[in-house]
Each structure stands twice: as C-alpha cells, then as structure tokens.
Design a protein around this ligand. Sequence first.
Ligand code: NAD
Length: 336
Amino acid sequence: MSYAVTLIPGDGIGPELSEAGRTVLEATGIAFDWDIQQAGEATIATEGTPLPDRVIESIRRNGVAIKGPITTPVGSGFRSVNVGLRQALELYANVRPARSMRGVTSRYEDVDLVIVRENTEDLYAGIEHRVGPDAAESIKIITRAASQRIARYAFEYAVRNGRSKVTAVHKANIMKLSDGLFLESCQQVAAEYEGRIAFEDRIVDNMCMQLVQKPELYDVMVLPNLYGDIVSDLCAGLVGGLGVAPGANIGETAAVFEPVHGSAPKYAGQNRANPTALILSAALMLRHLGETAAASAVEGAVRDVIAEGKTVTYDLGGTAGTREFGETVAARVRAA
Ligand code: NAD
C-alpha cells in the first residue's frame, strides 16, 4: 500500500527543502504516491492565481499535503496562499511544537512547548476596508464554535501526547467581548477535562515576557489566530530559530504540514537553507498517518545529525548544503 500525498514545493527555498523532505520520507521505506502541485509565484504567471482550485482539490482528495513556504506580497496583490488554503480546507488548528535540540544554539536547553493556534478567524478572516482616504478598519471575528473547537483540539492533543497543562492566551482585559468570548469558550472546554489536564490563562503580553524568562513553566498553549502567529515565532526563537520549527495545519478531513518559516527568497536556489523544519513537519505528517515508528525514526535521525554537528547548514554553524543534510538524515533513517 502507498499513501497518496499532495506535495506543494512552494516558492524561494521551498523546492529544495521539499526535495530534501521527500528524500527523508522515502528513506523510511513507506511508499508514497506523490501528487505534485505547483502553487505560488509561478502559477500567478501561468494560471492567474497563486492558489489554483486544482491544489485544493488535490488536498481534498488525498487528505494530506506537505508544503514548502509560499511568498506573500506585502500590502497589495494576492491574498496569502497559506491563509487561503487554511480557510478553503477548514484547517482550523495550527500546531507548532517548539522543542530544544542538542547542537542548536539557543538560550535554553530544555524547552518543550506546543502552540495550538486557531487558524480560521480573528483578524485573519480578511475582513478589512478603508474608511475614507486616511483610515482603515480590520474586523476581528471570534466565535464560540471556533474557540471551543480549538480549545477541545488543544485538550485532546494534551491527552493524546501525555501533556499535563493547557494555557489559554488572550487579551480579554482590553478586548472584553472578542477575546473575552475566546477565554470563556476555553474555560467551558477546560471544565470537561478537570482532574486530567490542568488549565490556566495568561494575557498575551505577560505570556511573551514569561516565555522569554521561564519557558519551563508552560506546556500546551491555545491562542486566537494573531497571537498564535506571533507567539509561535517567539517560541521558535527559544529553540534556535525558524530553520528548525515545524508546523501542521489540521482540519476534520484534511491536514497540511509545513515549516513555520517563509520562502527566504535571498537563499533561493543556493542549496544553503536548512531543511530541518520541513523534515520535522514531514515527521508530524507521518505521526498523523499513524506511522509512529517512522516518525520517531525521522525525528531521531534529525536530532542525531544536528547533535553531531558535522553535516549541518550555515544557520547551525556548519557548511553542509540543503541536499547534503537531507541525504545524511535519510541515511540515518535507513540505518535505524
Ligand atoms: P522567512 O522565514 O522567509 O525568512 C526570514 C529569515 O530567516 C531568512 O532571511 C533567513 O535568514 C532565515 N530562514 C528562514 N528559513 C530558513 C531556513 N530554512 N534555513 C535557514 N535560514 C532560514 O521570513 P520573511 O523574509 O519574513 O518572509 C519571506 C516570504 O515568505 C514572505 O513573502 C512571507 O509572506 C512568506 N512566508 C510564507 C510562509 C508560509 O508559506 N507558510 C510563512 C512565513 C512567511
């Protein structure tokens, strides 16, 4: 049997990272039937959109996708492909684990955090307009249904993965109605898990300070979309930066796995970028498919190669290329 998986190579450094990810996935011995779908800058020229319908249909059909980063023009032009995909496929949970790795320089050695970010609403609902020439308005949408759904996902994630606490992050002291509803929804769901998973809440600014000073106090965090976006980069910084931070976008019927980082255009085509985040995202996909042993083998191989420090990319102090790192990890996976 083989898994049909949509592969979106992406823009900038995306194609080289995806290739490294594919090499490592194939090294597990699991058979994949790759459905390669271009999206992003290239398809704007050829198909008039960065997110052709065929990409969404492919993911709907296969149920899983692995995706390289895609460039989003700032301020004008097309809407983000990433936001578009999440909305079209109702990928409501964005899960970003941040775990320290030996060999990756960072200020802490034992960070082990999981961000669970609501992925469909908040200020990312994309409802904004100009009010005359000198003002603009963005509408923040928070619903009880989406807030309870993400809170439940966070608690279920905690149960499934042997975690002990969920922290809801908000700004309900100022946005009493919208963030207030998010917090109230989390509290309602938390009551169902009382005695099994601990629950607390933090105001987002205080949370940022505490994460920088005492990351060991936190475990699983659940956040509305915008805070989740920002705090997950903060957490990536705690464990050594964007090059090593994986992510998953999960819905009821489809899931898309992608690194937290962007397309880093200045490194495109140079065989320099670190494929760790994409490879660890591929490991999250294996776990999602129920291939737990293969997922652990990939994660272990990445950790070993980075801890040894001999074949690592420039951002981890080495001179290895993207391809070389991918091939070294793949060889470890084969040997596992
Ligand atoms: P970026 O993450 O692409 O790059 C920031 C810096 O981080 C890079 O200059 C580089 O120094 C470093 N970096 C990132 N990934 C790395 C890797 N794998 N290996 C080594 N170093 C790495 O962020 P940006 O410059 O703000 O964004 C570039 C483009 O990517 C933008 O168009 C943005 O919208 C898009 N983006 C896409 C996604 C996505 O597809 N999910 C996510 C974030 C940003």
